[in-house]
Design a protein around this ligand. Structure first.
Ligand SMILES: Nc1ncnc2c1ncn2[C@@H]1O[C@H](COP(=O)(O)OP(=O)(O)O)[C@@H](O)[C@H]1O
Ligand code: SF4
Ligand SMILES: [Mg+2]
Length: 321
């Protein structure tokens, strides 16, 4: 049985002169102790998805439709007080930018204490400090970090502080939004390894979001590929690695992994000018239509559904099935 069920979620942003459809009918599930990777280039809606699950979207965003079911409740319909009992305690997030997420003028220990106290108002200072030191230690940081300011730490250490923060209330689900972006490659892999070890040890489910295939395939058991607010491919990591199907996934793999098994024709996709669809109300075709070298008239008129092509591997493209 799934732990989290995202059903047909659509989200739009309004700006002063336009409407941007950031998510369009996104559905997927997350199982207990599963690591699900969400892969897609910048602007594909990955962070919007994480913020929708946390119900932390900015004011100009609107959830047009959909449900997010967690423990038989639709998170999208919960009151603020009910949500506060779920955020951090049940579902927490490791945000991308450690500099923006940590206060530069407060010591790490004080920042973690404030978060813990907010969610456990009755906690004693001594007990809180023990929890904070334990979470820092399992995140591969020394206890002395509590007395440091963010600027005294390296990028990798700050990111580990954010991981420790996400673990403070022992959540069931962690959303890690580009948790290693901006770090050097060695630190990136160390942190991914540590995250995996943590997940093995203390058991939680994780959604890891990245634009980088190597990050996603390194750690996740299953992958969703997103393009322009839609899921275009979904499958076990091994299956997607062995046989990427969607023309967009193939192009991503070709560019990022430099594998030689993809036809030249597929590469034309990345050369095509990026012409994204901003408003789905005026376009009913495939989300990848404007970049796809295989597009036909049908692709212009109809949007393919995500369809199972082989065991636990689905793709939204008329070239299949
Ligand atoms: N606060 C916002 N206001 C308007 N548009 C936004 C806002 N945040 C994101 N968007 C737009 O929504 C789309 C999805 O963005 P985002 O979820 O940040 O993608 P990703 O995390 O995959 O880079 C993009 O077109 C982006 O420009
Ligand atoms: S449905 Fe058509 S346009 Fe969309 S990815 Fe497949 S071939 Fe390309
Ligand atoms: Mg993002």
């Amino acid at each position: 049985m799934s732990l989290l069920e995202v059903c047909k979620v659509s989200v739009e942003y309004k700006t002063w002169n336009s409407k941007i459809e950031a998510l369009n009918d996104v559905s997927f599930s997350l199982s207990h102790n599963e690591i699900l990777g969400i892969l897609g280039e910048s602007g594909s809606g990955k962070s919007t998805l994480a913020l929708t699950i946390m119900k932390a979207l900015p004011k100009n965003a609107k959830v047009r439709n959909g449900k997010i079911i967690y423990k038989d409740k639709d998170l999208l319909n919960l009151s603020e007080s009910m949500l506060n009992s779920i955020r951090w305690k049940e579902i927490s997030i490791v945000p991308q930018n450690s500099m923006n997420s940590l206060s530069p003028v407060h010591k790490i220990g004080d920042q973690l204490y404030d978060i813990l106290k907010l969610h456990n108002p009755s906690i004693e200072k001594k007990e809180a400090l023990e929890i904070i030191k334990e979470k820092l230690t399992i995140s591969n940081l020394g206890e002395n970090i509590v007395d440091k300011y963010p600027h005294q730490l390296s990028g990798g250490m700050r990111q580990r502080v954010l991981i420790a923060t996400s673990l403070l209330c022992e959540p069931k689900i962690i959303l890690a939004d580009e948790p290693t972006t901006g770090l050097d490659v060695v630190t990136q892999y160390q942190i991914l390894k540590e995250l995996k070890e943590l997940q093995d040890k203390i058991k939680f489910s994780m959604i890891i979001i990245s634009h980088d295939i190597s990050v996603i395939v390194n750690i996740s058991q299953r992958v969703l590929v997103m393009y322009n607010g839609q899921v275009v491919e979904e499958g076990k990591t091994q299956s997607i690695l062995e046989e990427p199907m969607h023309p967009y996934t193939k192009a991503l793999f070709e560019v990022q992994l430099m594998v030689g098994r993809i036809k030249k024709e597929d590469l034309k996709i990345v050369e095509k000018q990026d012409n994204k669809i901003q408003n789905f109300e005026n376009f009913s075709g495939c989300v990848f239509y404007f970049r796809c070298p295989f597009a036909t008239q049908r692709c212009k008129n109809e949007n393919p559904r995500l369809t199972k092509v082989k065991n636990e591997h689905s793709v939204a493209c008329f070239l299949y099935g």
